[in-house]
Design a protein around this ligand. Structure first.
Ligand code: GLC
Length: 663
């Protein structure tokens, strides 16, 4: 086993060097060029940019990778050009955003993180890899490992929350899930640790905004999940749009060469984010795209995603002596290395099996894994007087909220390969429990359209016309289940918010329903922490159900009816006010951490809100209760302390508990 892996490494390096020697400068630069193509077999070639040029470059061997090309037939068509029409027949690596599933979606990563269940998270990534690989894909732009303490930022949904330790563990689980133990298998994908680095610290939570952090935050909070990804064997990195401490990450030599390639000895390759090389001009950091190409290549960005910078400018820059050809060799070497490791040279069509695609995609086993992951991702925030779990017989239950029947929003915003309306809604999940009388009323829209790339149209934001119907249903119900929160496109990339309440008129609806029936179970569908003070004050039961993917409604129903005892713990603090942000559990003490005497003001606090979050990192309730006794700590050496505790389930339900130790 060991010797074979040794020969395979030596073997790969020899093959890379032998191939590199045959390549012209333009062909090496071609490996560094990635095009996007929402490929349409009947329509023209790749979309976006100069589609005809892309085809020409493909034939010349000036393209090393495609993204947004999917489906065995489409991938085979393009791979065939690379293999048969170019001089050297170097296979393309096919990348896609398999962020939390491919067509069968698991919960958004922030939700999966709430499970704290590393095996389940790894399994979820394995399933995503197997399904995407069956569609011709061999590289995913995941895991996103950006730590963030700012719920205003829309992409917190994509990460593992605020803690570098939990974030590192989850990064390892996801990389191992995607890549498996053998990257050359046709069921595994090369993973991509992104976005390097600091994107989650965008100033004021505004998307793509400037990042300026000190060395302590950089080294202790931001870097660890990236280092953990390398320890887990991640084969690619993606850099980030943001400027970091004065220099855009894409052109940041300190990040990509000094730290990533030299100090951490990363031997995979770095892909830019979409257009981030060209965007250094907008940053004011480059004069033009040629200057941007020079900066990015010298700084260690190996592959250009959709800037057309390397393919158009890099050869001249080398010939003019502004970029050392050794850097081109290094970048091409890294990219070829990963392609050899994927087995693409042995069989460039190994991911292109039409029969397998038909059999694998959407199979029941993937739905089962998605449901298991979804149940474990749910966090019980409040359950006064044990209103939950619901009785299964003889109850009149009102189900209210547009999101309760929404079969698309639970898929989140990274769902390019998933079809709309394929999630199990809460309504459908609850209808599977036939012992009660279930009546649904929308009450109000969440207020937004269903667009992916454009600012949502403001529709129905003030429409209260359906309130009376919802009130009538609620008035006579034993229990009202309200599903409120954000539509799928209200979090994710390009979706920063300055307020963290319920969008549209949902809060008015909730308060109107509360007037006629106080027995409310609030189920939240959201992609980020929200401000829930009024809810925590008035609503007896609150369930954080994020966006749980394809099996969302079944998972939520099974938790509400007690067939699964909620076990999730928050991976990110829920603030009492937006003004507290950034807020996180491992804050520093400051020199004046406590109130010196009643009424005094000179200590670290606000006048209007207490310092603590409403719900803290690591918080989550259960239908049962757990007792911790007999806590013991023993010093084993100058580096080791062993801590033990007796944990006892003292309630009526079997349940899971995440025992947490903070030092
Ligand atoms: C996007 C995202 C990045 C994604 C890439 C390809 O803009 O920032 O996370 O992988 O472009 O879609």
């Amino acid at each position: 086993e060991f010797s074979s892996s040794i020969t395979s490494v030596v073997d790969v390096e020899q093959k890379v060097e032998a191939l590199l020697k045959q390549m012209t400068l333009e062909e090496k630069i071609g490996q560094m060029n990635q095009y996007s193509g929402f490929w349409d077999l009947t329509g023209p070639a790749p979309t976006g940019g100069n589609a005809a040029k892309k085809y020409e470059h493909l034939r010349k061997g000036y393209v090393g990778s495609m993204l947004n090309l999917r489906g065995v037939e489409n991938v085979r068509k393009i791979q065939k050009i690379a293999i048969e029409e170019t001089r050297l027949g170097i296979p393309l690596i096919i990348g896609f955003d398999v962020i939390h599933g491919y067509e069968t979606l698991s919960p958004i990563p922030l939700a999966e993180s709430a499970s704290w269940d590393l095996e389940a998270i790894k399994k979820s990534a394995e399933v995503a890899a197997e399904e995407a690989a069956a569609a011709g894909i061999n590289w995913t732009f995941a895991p996103m490992v950006d730590i963030s303490r700012d719920a205003r930022w829309g992409r917190v949904m994509e990460g593992a929350g605020e803690d570098p330790y939990l974030g590192s563990k989850i990064a390892i689980a996801r990389v191992q899930g995607f890549q498996g133990s053998d990257l050359s298998q046709h069921t595994t994908l090369a993973a991509c640790a992104k976005h390097f680095a600091g994107y989650g610290f965008s100033e004021s939570g505004r998307e793509y905004n400037t990042v300026d952090v000190g060395t302590s935050t950089l080294n202790n909070i931001i870097f660890p999940p990236f280092q953990a990804s390398i320890d887990a064997g991640v084969r690619t990195f993606m850099n980030s749009f943001n400027e970091l401490n004065g220099i855009p990450a894409t052109g940041n030599r300190y990040l990509q060469r000094d730290i990533l390639k030299n100090k951490w000895k990363f031997d995979g390759f770095v892909v830019s984010d979409w257009g981030s090389i060209e965007e250094m001009t907008a940053h004011g950091h480059a004069k033009d795209n040629k200057h941007a190409a020079e900066i990015a290549a010298n700084a260690g960005s190996d592959m250009d995603m959709e800037s057309y910078a390397y393919v158009n400018e890099l050869a001249a820059l080398v010939r003019e002596g502004n970029v050392n050809e050794a850097y081109i060799d290094d970048a091409a070497r890294r990219i070829l290395r990963v392609k050899f490791e994927l087995g693409l040279f042995e069989d460039p069509y190994k991911y292109c099996d039409e029969q397998r695609e038909k059999e694998i995609i959407g199979q029941q086993a993937f739905h089962d894994a998605s449901l298991d992951m979804a149940k474990k991702s749910i966090v019980l925030l409040k359950n006064k007087n044990q209103l939950l779990p619901l009785k299964k017989q003889g109850q009149k239950i009102a189900l209210i909220g547009a999101l309760a029947s929404d079969k698309t929003s639970p898929l989140g915003n990274w769902r390019i390969a998933a079809k709309d309306n394929t999630a199990v809604s809460v309504l459908e999940g609850m209808q599977a429990y036939t012992g009660n009388q279930l009546t649904y009323a929308k009450g109000a829209d969440v207020s937004l359209g269903k667009t992916q790339f454009t600012e949502e149209l403001k529709i129905n934001t003030t429409d209260r016309s359906e309130f009376p119907k919802a009130l009538a249903v609620a008035k006579t119900a034993d229990v009202v289940v309200m599903v409120l929160g954000e539509v799928g496109y209200q979090s994710g990339e390009g979706r920063s918010r300055t307020e963290l309440g319920l969008p549209g008129v949902q809060q008015d609806l909730l308060e109107a329903i509360y007037e006629v029936n106080k027995n409310i179970v609030l189920v939240l569908n959201n992609g980020r922490p929200l401000v829930l003070n009024w809810h925590n004050e008035h609503i007896p039961a609150i369930v954080e159900a994020w966006q749980l993917g394809t099996q969302s409604g079944n998972a939520i129903a099974q938790v509400l009816y007690g067939d699964y005892n909620p076990s999730g713990k928050l991976p990110m603090s829920f603030p009492r006010a937006v003004g507290q942000i950034p807020i996180y559990y491992n804050y520093k003490n400051t020199g004046r951490p406590t109130l010196p005497a009643p009424g005094r003001v000179f200590w670290s606090h606000y006048q209007d809100v207490e310092n603590t979050p409403l719900y803290s990192f690591g918080y989550g309730l259960s239908y049962t209760s757990f007792e911790y006794t007999n806590l013991q700590a023993e010093v084993l050496s100058d580096k080791e302390v062993s801590v033990s505790v007796m944990l006892k389930n003292t309630g009526k339900f079997t349940g899971k508990e995440v025992v947490q130790l903070y030092i």
